[in-house]
Design a protein around this ligand. Structure first.
Ligand SMILES: [Zn+2]
Length: 316
């Protein structure tokens, strides 16, 4: 059954509405019982799509959405991080992509993503939707206890646009523009506490993403751009620390550090999880060579960390 569950957008809304976080209960989805399912196979990893209700788009358009999300995750992890994934689509009213959750079905051994998609959603809307990429990324990291959820949400928030950029779904200006806009929400308030004791949406998602950006830069600096955060994440997944595992956050970070022969993830975790660790964002953007102008985001390729910025964009 489902012992652990991540509720992403639903959590976000609950926080916005001031409600208590979800209970973690989930409906049983038995793969064996699903007679009508679509199936994709990507590099040996199988993805099943089950539709609850009916959508006014073609199956091929829906599968294109699933395929592009899976390929975007592959741009970060090399492949979908677990062998079998079930994507359960709930057809809802409207024309947009709504709430989604990720969990792992221990009994039947598959990652489960439940996602609400409006009946009148268009192919264009699906092409612009980051939600499924975000959820699939969650399958690469253990579903850790609530106080450390910022790590899982940070990884998905940070890596989702990177994967989609590398797949050509968004532009570099979109990736960095969003980070420039939202990273301040991830900073601690004056006198605030570490990320493990933060419950605000901004701290969980963008504080976590900032942790990932800082780790990515440090790994790349220390390895001359040979490795980045994605290599640490691949190391975590390949040594067993996926959503299928019951690993702790510390176990996962240790495996990630070991994969790149560094101590970046654990030591940055010590600083950001327990203390009110702030970041000089203006200086960080300057070093990366990212500037917001009236005409939009512009890049300075002579900035000291410009090569690292480019490596994050391309994965090369
Ligand atoms: Zn999430």
């Amino acid at each position: 059954m489902f012992t652990r569950k991540l509720t992403c957008l639903a959590l976000l809304m609950a926080l916005i509405l001031g409600l208590i976080q979800p209970t973690g209960e989930a409906r049983l989805v038995s793969l064996k019982e699903q007679s009508k399912k679509l199936e994709l196979e990507l590099d040996g990893q199988r993805v099943f799509v089950v539709i609850d209700g009916s959508l006014n788009i073609s199956q091929s358009d829906l599968l294109a959405y699933v395929r592009s999300a899976a390929l975007a995750v592959g741009k970060v992890y090399g492949q979908i991080p677990v062998k079998r994934t079930v994507i359960r689509v709930e057809a809802t009213d409207g024309d947009s992509v709504g709430f989604a959750t990720s969990t792992y079905n221990d009994d039947e051994d598959y990652g489960l993503i439940e996602i609400a998609i409006g009946r009148d959603t268009s192919r264009e809307t699906l092409d612009q939707s980051w939600t499924l990429t975000h959820e699939l990324l969650h399958l690469g990291f253990p579903i850790v206890e609530h106080s450390k959820r910022w790590l899982a949400e940070g990884i998905a928030t940070y890596e989702e646009p990177i994967g989609r950029l590398r797949l050509g779904m968004i532009r570099a200006e979109d990736l960095w523009g969003d980070l420039l806009l939202h990273a301040p929400e991830g900073l601690p308030q004056p006198g605030g506490r570490g990320l493990n004791n933060s419950s605000s949406w901004g701290r969980i998602y963008w504080g976590g993403a900032l942790y990932c950006l800082l780790a990515d830069i440090e790994i790349r600096q220390k390895t001359g751009n040979r490795y980045g955060l994605e290599h640490a994440l691949r190391g975590i997944a390949s040594s067993g620390g996926t959503a299928r595992s019951n690993w702790t956050a510390s176990q996962a970070l240790a495996a990630g550090d070991k994969a790149v022969s560094l101590d970046v993830l654990a030591s940055l975790y010590q600083k950001m999880a327990y203390d009110s660790y702030s970041v000089d964002l203006a200086q960080l953007w300057r070093q990366l060579g990212i500037k917001k102008t009236a005409a939009g985001i512009v890049f300075d390729n002579s900035a000291p960390l410009a090569k690292i910025r480019q490596a994050i964009e391309t994965g090369q």
